[in-house]
Design a binder for this molecule. Structure first.
Ligand code: GRF
Length: 198
């Protein structure tokens, strides 16, 4: 069984999609949040999954917080760390430690629109397509080998909220699929490119 630790900060709908996918050969070892009041934490606990809150505000520096997080994660000896709406900028030491075994989902078609407010920025830029990206995490924010992307149309009537609702449906589809491919040993990283074997 491959052990997976999922990190969240809020609602946790991507975490929920991955849990509910019941991926063969994978066990969700724990769900960890940097916000004790994250709604997703309560949901995971109700499923009988080990949960942990590490409040980043209790740490003096980003390095201290990431070191504590790393120790908490590694206690579960994960094969894969999944960032699912985990809203923290990570230190290089943390990303190096999990190189090749930490995934993130970002609500844009990277490399367009790294960072926050992606849907508003896509609408303002006049994009006709928006979407989401699952990528391996590197030290550079929202920039790492891309495992999967999905695109949706941007409609004239869209608000950031309506576009986000369309994109998140695709997030829930591609994120469990990429995690399943990782668990099955089917992902191969070559530079910034990721091949998925049949
Ligand atoms: C998702 O859109 C994700 O791509 C972004 O934050 C949102 C988190 O949603 N990073 P959820 O917590 O998974 O519901």
């Amino acid at each position: 069984m491959k052990q997976i630790v999922i990190l969240i900060s809020g609602r946790g709908s991507n975490m929920q999609a991955i849990v509910e996918a019941r991926i063969a050969g994978a066990q969700i070892a724990a769900v960890i949040s940097n916000r004790p009041d994250a709604a997703g934490l309560a949901w995971a606990k109700a499923q009988g999954i080990a949960t942990l809150a590490l409040d980043h505000k209790q740490y003096v520096s980003r390095e201290d917080f990431d070191a504590a997080m790393q120790a908490a994660i590694d206690a579960f000896q994960p094969d894969l760390v999944v960032l699912a709406g985990f809203m923290r900028i990570l230190t290089p030491a943390f990303t190096r430690h999990y190189a090749g075994r930490m995934l993130n989902i970002h609500p844009s078609l990277l490399p367009a629109f790294p960072g926050l407010h992606t849907h508003q920025r896509a609408i303002e830029a006049g994009c006709k397509l928006a979407g989401c990206t699952v990528h391996f995490v590197t030290a550079e924010l929202d920039h790492g080998p891309i495992a999967a992307q999905a695109a949706v149309p941007v409609l004239d009537s869209d608000t950031p909220e309506s576009l986000a609702a369309r994109v998140v449906q695709e997030e829930h589809r591609i994120y469990p699929a990429v995690v399943a491919a990782f668990v099955a040993g089917k992902l191969q990283i070559n530079g910034l490119r990721v091949q998925i074997q049949d």
